[in-house]
Design a protein around this ligand. Structure first.
Ligand code: PEP
Length: 251
């Protein structure tokens, strides 16, 4: 059975004080929560402090992005090795905000994915269609293309130990959640596409859903066969709400 994963994407939110309060609340509230890996992805500037506060807890740390380059003259970038030094074990890659607002391409996201794997971090590869693409009947084409940027260029083995996050762009931060059936349909599509290359990798691959997951809808989403947890934005900034989402994923 696949172990559930819930990752909180804090985006560019919070202050040092609110980030500390949030992890201390989560640390306490999640101490007895079993059967789920919980990760928080704060702004990288808080990573050092939060690593100390999370020491000995069940909560892991993730980054929201990282450079595909190992180091050098890349002003403003953060390398995976730098993030790793502060206990960062996961990295979100190809979030739709990075694709849409910062022009990240499939090829660049794949390069980041490869770099994350070789640095020993777990890449969380985000895929998902816009509303226009869904309405044009292109959801599977878009998700398939984004997945293939890694699957077809690196082989199914590259996805071993990685996570795929299906995040329909129209459901991110909008309060509009994909129905459990809509999400399951795309998750099953992703798993089948990987299965065509490797049954073993596909069966072990964690595919999490993201897009307005909250305390009220988490358990029905997570009850679907191919939904192995969530990537959570807004609701991950509220201690009680995020704890309820994590508990819903516990198996
Ligand atoms: C996200 O940004 O990854 C996300 C899923 O956000 P929200 O939960 O707020 O829709």
């Amino acid at each position: 059975m696949r172990r559930a994963l819930v990752a909180g994407n804090w985006k560019m939110n919070g202050t040092k004080a609110s980030a500390e309060a949030l992890v201390l609340g989560l640390r306490e509230g999640l101490s007895g929560c079993a059967g789920v890996d919980v990760v928080v992805c704060p702004s990288a500037v808080y990573m050092d402090r939060l690593q100390r506060l999370l020491e000995g807890s069940v909560i892991g740390l993730g980054a929201q992005n990282a450079s595909e380059y190992g180091g050098g003259a890349y002003t403003g970038e953060l390398s995976l090795e730098m993030l790793k030094e502060f206990g960062c074990a996961y990295v979100i890659l190809g979030h739709s905000e990075r694709r849409a607002l910062f022009g990240e391409t499939d090829a660049q996201i794949c390069a980041k994915f490869v770099a994350a794997k070789s640095a020993g971090l777990v890449p969380v590869l985000c895929v998902g269609e816009t509303l226009e693409e869904r309405e044009a009947g292109l959801a599977f084409d878009v998700v398939g293309r984004q997945l293939d940027s890694v699957l077809k260029t690196q082989g199914a083995e590259a996805l071993e130990g990685a996570v795929v996050a299906y995040e329909p762009v129209w459901a991110i931060g909008t309060g509009k959640t994909a129905s459990p059936e809509q999400a399951q349909e795309v998750h099953a599509f992703i798993r089948a596409r990987v299965l065509a290359e490797s049954e073993q990798v596909a069966n072990a691959l964690r595919i999490v859903y993201g897009g307005s997951v909250n305390a009220a809808n988490a358990s029905t989403l997570f009850s679907m066969a191919d939904i192995d947890g969530g990537l959570v934005g807004g609701a991950s900034l509220k201690v009680d709400e995020f704890i309820t989402v994590c508990q819903a994923a516990g198996r």
